[in-house]
Design a protein around this ligand. Structure first.
Ligand code: LRH
Ligand code: MN
Ligand code: MN
Length: 386
């Protein structure tokens, strides 16, 4: 197979998971702007996600957030997804919205609150059993606002205990993905603030505990591709929550703020065998002011473009330049790939997959946007900014 054919084959099998909450209304803590036609139920979120897959061909699964996507029958929900040509993916837990969690969830000083939080996580594993989901994604809003507020070390012990209980409940083939975040909503300490803390917990738990890199969860200037390279080397990269940031956890469309960073990340994914080692490529975004479905389509395409460029890096030329200490030559190899216009290649890939070469335009022509505005009245709030 030529290198180009290999790149095309990889692009055709790429899978980007879209998040159910990105289809619903969202906002900042100042305002949620309601859009017309947004889903009112988890089923309608899946209907929208199916459209993204229909036009991109590479978004076959949908992440759920519990309780935002609570429903009476998860097996039926999985069937609904299958009927639409998608499947249910990662189950995201939510231990940050109840009043009980004012001082944290699994790290809370009160054992009764910790019990409530762990029970929720165990319920998420029950849901995974019903949906056939492989991954449980944990993000904890736990932390403190003031020095002395709680014991930093004791909170780590409580966290470890909770994680161990949930890890022990995982079934065969199920994984635990632990997500870190520098700050917010806690401002002084965060209990899982960085990849090192997440990695240390995962190491203790076992091989099915892995780290999730949410691209918006770092300090400005952090070299995220280095983290990716390290976690892949250690076989502990569980997946990505892709989005873009300018300032904090902005949750903007992936590849919109810094497409070069996304390329550098995807280069390390390609280098580290990330396409074949169970790395989950998920979006975690909110579309507060822009049309949601086209924004998600655009995001999937941005991931594809960065991936295509990463796949086009001339690995032999790069290795040779690096061996020779040819600093400028090595950098040029990488930049050549980054500066390639891969849009014609991706149009070809889509045509070969039987798709319209322009997913955004195809969606626009489909009439789905008009249909949901006419049919859906009173959309659900995703849970943000409420
Ligand atoms: C937290 C986070 C986490 C949540 C999601 C909605 O900031 O990134 O992944 O589950 O947002
Ligand atoms: Mn996230
Ligand atoms: Mn986030």
């Amino acid at each position: 197979m030529t290198e180009l054919a290999a790149a095309k084959a990889a692009l055709k099998t790429q899978a980007v998971e879209t998040p159910s909450w990105a289809y619903a209304n969202s906002g900042t803590r100042f305002k949620v702007f309601a859009q017309q036609g947004v889903p009112r139920t988890p089923q309608e979120k899946l209907d929208d996600a199916a459209k993204v897959h229909e036009f991109t061909g590479v978004a076959p699964s949908v992440a759920l957030h519990i309780p935002w996507d609570r429903t009476a029958d998860y097996t039926a929900l999985a069937e609904h997804a299958e009927d639409r040509g998608v499947r249910l993916g990662t189950i995201n837990s939510n231990t940050f919205q109840d009043d009980a969690y004012r001082l944290g969830s699994v790290c809370h000083p009160d054992a009764a609150v910790r019990r409530k939080a762990v029970d929720h996580l165990l319920e998420c594993v029950d849901i995974m059993d019903a949906t056939g989901s492989a991954d449980l994604k944990l993000w904890f809003a736990d932390g403190t606002n003031y020095p002395g507020q709680d014991d930093i070390r004791a909170r780590q012990d409580r966290l470890a205990e909770a994680l161990a209980e949930v890890y022990g409940r995982l079934g065969e083939g199920q994984r635990m993905l632990l997500e870190y975040k520098l700050f917010e909503p806690a401002f002084y300490t965060t209990d899982v603030p960085d990849w090192g803390t997440a990695y240390a917990h995962c190491l203790k738990l076992g091989p099915r505990a892995r780290v999730v890199v949410d691209t918006g969860h770092h300090a400005p200037g952090t070299n995220i591709e280095f983290i990716v390279a390290t976690l892949l080397r250690e076989e502990r990269l569980g997946g990505f929550d892709f989005n873009s940031r300018f300032y904090a956890d902005d949750d903007l469309m992936v590849g919109s703020a810094d497409p070069f960073q996304l390329f550098r990340i995807m280069h390390e994914v390609v280098r580290g065998g990330g396409f074949t080692s169970g790395t989950a490529f998920m979006l975690d975004q909110c579309h507060n002011i822009e049309a949601k479905i086209p924004a998600i389509i655009r995001s999937v395409m941005n991931v594809q473009e960065a991936t295509a460029k990463a796949l086009l890096v001339d690995a032999d030329a790069l290795a040779a330049a690096q061996r020779d200490g040819d600093v400028l030559g090595a950098n040029a190899v990488l930049m050549d790939a980054y500066n390639t216009d891969v849009r014609p290649l991706l149009r070809e890939v889509r045509e070969e997959m039987g798709l319209d070469p322009d997913p955004v335009e195809a969606y626009r022509r489909s009439g789905w946007a008009e249909r949901i505005v006419a049919e859906r009245v009173g959309g659900e709030q995703a849970g943000w900014g409420a």
